[in-house]
Each structure stands twice: as structure tokens, then as C-alpha cells.
Design a protein. Structure first.
Length: 586
């Protein structure tokens, strides 16, 4: 026997070690995300209106109702059918829905890591994924909203497009199209942004970046460089992406058409959200705090460039800057921190776009990968406009972090050449990640803890459908008392009218029906015909109870409803801002 025969080659041994290390990292990340989220997922600081918007509607779907035809909603249909499935598996409860969100968020962290591994070393990707863990929406970290589910499919689509970029296999593009189809079924606007950006990238794949030769042009020089092969490589990507997208979306459209819900769904998706957004137009935040941080960074970088030798002054300035950032972000005004949350993700995307398009100092292949992650992060962040809600920036942060770390990774030589090597270089690289990390820590502790590591939401609710969920003591008491009151006054098969958004959430927890088919009663998209039909049902069934609030009563625009309530109902009890109205005795 020849010495070494039948023994694995050195390259095979190295490959096996790499795969083993990658598997171990994935398992550790899975364990970390699962443990962290398992501790947090069932702790809510407020009675979320999404319980009424989504979970009550999901229960109706489980009973056979069709969205848009049988009840009004502004969301695409996937969230209702997913939660209906969870209810069928685990029972109809708030805990079942929270558990479903937890599973999706754990998988999203893994997808973020895998996306990073397509373009960065393991350590960089792992840090980006771990830092994405605690970027949780303060007003409902695990509430049932569409992008808590859609983010997973958006991250998977980004990962698959990056794999195609590295391997040039159209199968990945097809699978990315499938993922984007699911994104659209959860959040159609974000799905449209990501699909449009991905199509543009694939269509213009033959567009030369400086020093970049497209894959299809390389292939034409091979023996297989026929006209058919050339067109396949040039147009195959967009065609496969659209095919995957259609494979998911078209069957849903056919089902909706067969259920007589397609036209109202299209009308809602095209016009309802626009009306919703217009009703919530807000003024953008002041950019003063982000500008101060940015100018301070530029000033220190300039001084570091001018005073490389001796380097002590530059190092001292970087340390002072980092300490000042930590103090400002931890102890500064919340309004100033919100400005940074609002504008710094945009700054990262603008820098990423500039480097991707015109960064001649960066290898062109890396610039294309940078543009891919910028497209998906921008799709997630576009939810911010035009409401300018802080929570939308926070929801997009996992994708922003991938852009940030990849941008720093490919610009490392450039940054080192400008500010100086070793400590100046390291401190400069740490500045932006530190800003995002300190804000993340502040938000996380402010959201979950009251005082020193005491959960704000530490009181369990006793109602059957809320068991396993924890709230602050005052909110838990409100839920328990309001639900008991509703159940005492409304028969099991009876109806109440949820005029306020909180009302439908309480009806879900009380296992009682809403006489209205409009989940957003005071919101948008509720037609005059639906309002009239609701009023007719209230009168015909002699509905005994209305759940509302002073604010909602004052905002009622449908005059017949206002007059009917004033004539037939009276205020009986108040639970915090929830007001109960009971029908007057004849």
C-alpha cells in the first residue's frame, strides 16, 4: 500500500474543519437567540392593538371567514392564515401568537448571519448577527405585526441573491423570488421595494462597474457561448426571480378570486395604505444631534490624519470621542437619541450606495455585493416613510447592521490609510458600531426593565386566552377586570361593538365577537356602507355593550353612529382609558 493511500487529503481535512466550525457557530447562535427570546417573548408593556387587528381577524379566518370579503383590514392576507394555523396547532391564545413571532425572530437572526457569511469573515458576520438580537420594537417587541414574519423571508431573499452573486446559479434566484413572494404576502410594499431593487440589479447585471466583467460576458467566451446561452445569462436572472415570485403570489390571487375577495383586496392594497399613511403624516425629526455626532467624527478623523506621528494625540482624541458618545447616548435626552435612530440608518445606506456605485478603491465584485445588501436594507427601512415612526427604523436595524459591517470590512484598508494604523484604525472602525450598540442597549433596558433588572412586565394575566403572557401590574389589572366585565355582560354567542382599537383586542381575550366587520373602525378604508351596515347590525341585534374611549367618541365622524350612541347608550364603567357603554333600559 502506498503511504497515505485512502487517507483524506489535507484540503478535505481543512474543509471538514471549516464546515464543523460553521455548524458549531450556527448552533451556538441558534441557542443564544432561542434563550434570549424565550425569556422575553411573552412580556408585553402595553395592550397591543395588533391583538385586535390581527389575532381577532385570524380567529375569524380559522372559522372560515375570508379577509377583505368578510372583514376589513389593511394588511395582506398571510398574517391571518399563519396565525390561524398557529391557533389550530397550539390553541387560540395570545401566547400561541407570541410563540410564533419568537420562532420567526430566531430564524431571522440565523438568516442575517448566513447573509453576512456570504460576504464577510465569520467573526464579522457573527458580531452583526448578535448585535441584531436586541434591536426590538419598544412598543411591542413580539406583537403580531406583518414584518415580524416578513423580515425572515426578506433576510432569506437577501441571502439567496448573495449566493447567486457568488455562485452564479439561477436556482438561488428562483428561491429568492419565492422568498420575496412571501414578503409581499406579509407586507406588500416592502416586498415591492425588494423585488424592484433585485430586478434592477439583475437586469443591469451586464452594466460594467469599473474593473468588473459580468458573468454572462465571461461565459460567452466559452464554447457554450451560443446566442441562446448569452440570452439565458443576460435575462435568466430576472425571469427566474419573477417566476419564483409568481409561484407564491399567483395561487393566492386565484384563491382570492375564487372566494370573491380579489377585487376588494386589490383596492385595499392599492389605496387603503396610502390613505392610512396620509392620515398619519408627521414632521421629520430634527437632524441636529446626528449632525453633531457626524461632525465630531469627521473632525477627529481629520486630526488623526494630520497628527499620525506622534500618534498619542490622535489616540487620545478617539478615546475621548468614544467616551463622549457613550455618555451622550446613555444619558442624553430621548428626543436626541431618537434623532440618531432616525437618521443614522439613512447615513449608512447613503454611504453604502456611494461606495457601491462609485467606490473605485473597492474591488468591483465587493461593490456589487454591497449594493445587494443596501437594496434589501433600504426596502426594510422604506417602511419609515412617510410616518417617520421610530419603531420602523428599529425594525430595519438587523439589515442596516449587515450593510454597516460589510461597509467597514471592505473599507478597512482605506480607513487605515487615512487615520493611521493600529489603534487609530481600530478606534475609528469601532465608532459607528459603538453608536448603534449603545442605543440598542439603552432601548432594550428601557423597554424591558424597571430599575435594576426588574421586568416591567412581571404580572401574569388570569384570563384564559391571556395565560402565559406578562404585563405591567396596571395593564394586567385592566385586562383582567375589563375581560371579566365583558364576559359578564355579553353572552358566549353574543356581540359587542368595539368602537376603539383596544376594544377588539379585549373582545379577543374575552372570547366574544365584534358586531363590526371593520377592525380599524376609526381608522381608514372603512366605507360609509360598512358603517351603515354596522349600525344596522347593532340595532337589529340590540347589542348591549360598546367598548370605546373618550378620544374615540370625540373622533367619531359618522353622525348617525354618534347620534345612535348618545340616544341609546350610557357610560357605566372606566378601566384606565377604556370606557364601557351599556344600552339604556327601555
Amino acid at each position: 500500500m502506498v503511504k497515505g493511500e485512502n487517507l483524506p487529503s489535507i484540503s478535505t481535512q481543512v474543509s471538514n474543519r471549516v464546515r464543523l466550525a460553521e455548524s458549531l457557530v450556527l448552533l451556538l447562535l441558534l441557542a443564544l437567540a432561542t434563550v434570549v427570546y424565550a425569556v422575553l417573548f411573552n412580556r408585553a408593556n402595553v395592550l397591543s392593538h395588533s391583538i385586535g387587528y390581527n389575532l381577532y381577524a385570524s380567529e375569524r379566518v380559522l372559522e372560515g371567514a375570508i379577509p377583505y370579503r368578510d372583514f376589513h383590514t389593511l394588511y395582506p392576507p398571510a398574517i391571518f392564515y399563519l396565525n390561524a394555523l398557529l391557533f389550530e396547532w397550539f390553541g387560540i391564545s395570545l401566547h400561541s401568537a407570541l410563540l410564533g413571532v419568537m420562532i420567526f425572530k430566531v430564524l431571522t437572526v440565523l438568516a442575517i448571519y448566513l447573509s453576512g457569511r456570504e460576504i464577510m469573515p465569520r467573526l464579522w458576520s457573527l458580531v452583526a448577527a448578535v448585535l441584531s438580537l436586541l434591536w426590538l420594537r419598544p412598543n411591542g417587541p413580539f406583537k403580531s405585526v406583518p414584518m415580524h414574519y416578513g423580515a425572515l423571508f426578506l433576510a432569506l431573499a437577501m441571502y439567496l441573491i448573495l449566493r447567486h452573486e457568488n455562485r452564479k446559479q439561477l436556482t438561488y434566484v428562483f428561491l429568492a423570488g419565492i422568498s420575496l413572494g412571501f414578503v409581499a404576502l406579509f407586507k406588500h410594499n416592502i416586498g415591492a421595494y425588494a423585488l424592484g431593487g433585485s430586478l434592477a440589479l439583475l437586469i443591469f447585471e451586464n452594466l460594467r462597474l469599473r474593473g468588473y466583467r459580468p458573468a454572462w460576458q465571461n461565459a460567452v467566451d466559452d464554447s457554450d457561448g451560443t446566442l441562446k446561452s448569452r440570452y439565458k445569462r443576460r435575462y435568466g436572472g430576472p425571469a427566474f426571480l419573477l417566476a419564483g415570485f409568481g409561484a407564491v403570489v399567483l395561487p393566492v390571487l386565484v384563491y382570492m378570486q375564487a372566494s370573491r375577495a380579489l377585487l376588494p383586496m386589490i383596492t385595499t392594497m392599492l389605496f387603503g395604505p396610502g390613505e392610512f399613511l396620509l392620515s398619519r403624516l408627521a414632521t421629520p425629526l430634527s437632524p441636529v444631534a446626528p449632525l453633531v455626532l457626524l461632525l465630531a467624527f469627521i473632525a477627529v478623523a481629520y486630526i488623526s490624519n494630520k497628527f499620525r506621528s506622534p500618534a498619542l494625540l490622535a489616540i487620545l482624541l478617539w478615546v475621548i470621542l468614544l467616551l463622549a458618545i457613550v455618555v451622550f447616548l446613555l444619558f442624553g435626552r430621548e428626543a436626541d437619541v431618537n434623532q440618531v435612530i432616525f437618521y443614522f440608518p439613512m447615513l449608512v445606506l447613503v454611504l453604502g450606495s456611494l461606495v457601491g456605485i462609485a467606490g473605485g478603491a473597492v474591488v468591483a465584485g465587493r461593490r456589487r455585493s454591497l449594493l445587494i445588501v443596501v437594496i434589501f436594507a433600504a426596502a426594510a427601512l422604506m417602511e419609515l416613510f412617510p410616518r417617520f415612526a421610530r419603531e420602523q427604523s428599529i425594525a430595519a436595524m438587523p439589515f442596516i447592521l449587515v450593510v454597516l459591517f460589510y461597509l467597514l470590512y471592505i473599507l478597512t484598508p482605506v480607513i487605515g490609510g487615512f487615520v493611521g494604523e493600529r489603534w487609530q484604525h481600530r478606534l475609528a472602525l469601532a465608532t459607528l458600531p459603538l453608536i448603534f450598540t449603545v442605543i440598542e442597549v439603552r432601548l432594550f433596558f428601557g423597554t424591558y426593565f424597571d430599575g435594576t433588572f426588574r421586568f416591567r412586565a412581571a404580572t401574569p394575566v388570569s384570563v384564559e386566552r391571556g395565560r402565559g403572557a406578562y404585563f405591567p401590574a396596571s395593564t394586567a389589572a385592566l385586562i383582567d377586570h375589563a375581560v371579566a366585565y365583558i364576559q359578564d355582560r355579553v353572552d358566549t354567542n353574543g356581540n359587542a361593538f368595539a368602537q376603539s382599537d383596544a376594544g377588539t383586542s379585549l373582545l379577543f381575550l374575552a372570547n366574544r365577537k365584534n358586531v363590526s366587520n371593520a377592525q380599524f373602525w376609526i381608522g381608514v378604508g372603512v366605507t360609509q356602507a360598512e358603517r351603515a351596515a354596522t349600525l344596522a347590525r347593532i340595532d337589529k341585534s340590540q347589542t348591549k355593550l360598546i367598548i370605546t374611549s373618550d378620544e374615540v367618541l370625540a373622533a367619531e365622524k359618522y353622525e348617525p353612529m354618534r347620534e345612535y350612541i348618545e340616544k341609546n347608550f350610557q357610560s357605566t364603567v372606566r378601566f384606565d382609558d377604556v370606557l364601557m357603554l351599556e344600552r339604556r333600559a327601555n
